[in-house]
Design a protein around this ligand. Structure first.
Ligand code: ADP
Ligand code: ZN
Length: 214
């Protein structure tokens, strides 16, 4: 089963992807994570995309399509979760071609619905464990008082350079202009399911489980 998690920045795609990885042995393919890895390992591509990402703009289709193509060469396991990809109609068409080449297809495109006010609150309050990627929120899920990660015990917490109000405004605009048309695209293909993204993490996960199993 291969699925896309679709939604604006802060919708909770990464959080839900991690739950699906744990619960269903799926493989998470996050282009955002791949690009951040390229940056921190200092590759030429990483250096090229750094300023674009920090500003909240999209990197070129060519770069992210290349990243996804590489990953699909590997083992399919319990299926892929595309997280943060595709983000443009061109990327969506490319994904169809890549999947077809591997005799694979999409079973669901899960649109996670969250209002803009909640997105801003979630993102400006967000930090993650630098070791395991566990996501924290200053208000709803603060870092424990002993400053040890609940998942791995690590104590190196990070805030993303693009999790500030200005670049978030750009990220939201990029989403509405370039990514939200994918909702109509996948609806027309009969693959779209809508899931409420507001509320407790486990409730959202239950909503996603219903559509995947239903
Ligand atoms: P979020 O969904 O929280 O905005 P991501 O971690 O998915 O964040 O992406 C961070 C940044 O990486 C984006 O703002 C963009 O610059 C770049 N990026 C990630 N995925 C893509 C993609 N599919 N196409 C273009 N740019 C991307
Ligand atoms: Zn951790």
């Amino acid at each position: 089963m291969n699925i896309i998690l679709l939604g604006p920045p802060g919708a909770g795609k990464g959080t839900q992807a991690r739950k699906l990885v744990d619960g269903r042995n799926m493989i998470q393919l996050s282009t955002g994570d791949m690009l951040r890895d390229a940056r921190s390992s200092g590759t030429a591509m990483g250096q090229k995309v750094a300023a674009i990402m920090d500003a909240g703009e999209l990197v070129t289709d060519e770069i992210v399509i290349g990243l996804i193509e590489e990953k699909l060469e590997g083992d399919h396991g319990g299926g892929f979760i595309f997280d943060g990809f595709p983000r443009t109609l061109e990327q969506a068409d490319a994904l169809n071609d890549i999947l077809a080449k591997h005799d694979a297809s999409l079973s669901h495109v899960v649109a996670m619905e969250v209002n803009d006010k909640a997105l801003v609150q979630r993102i400006t309050a967000r930090s993650t464990c630098g070791n395991c990627g566990e996501v924290y929120n200053d208000i709803t899920k603060p870092i424990p008082a002993d400053e040890k990660c609940v998942n791995c015990g690590g104590s190196d917490f990070k805030r993303r350079a693009d999790d500030n109000e200005e670049s978030l405004r750009t990220r939201l605009m990029e989403y509405y202009k370039k990514t939200s048309p994918l909702i109509g695209y996948y609806h027309a293909k009969g693959q779209l399911v809508r899931v409420p993204g507001l509320g407790e993490i486990d409730d959202v996960a239950a909503g996603i489980a219903d559509v995947l199993d239903g």
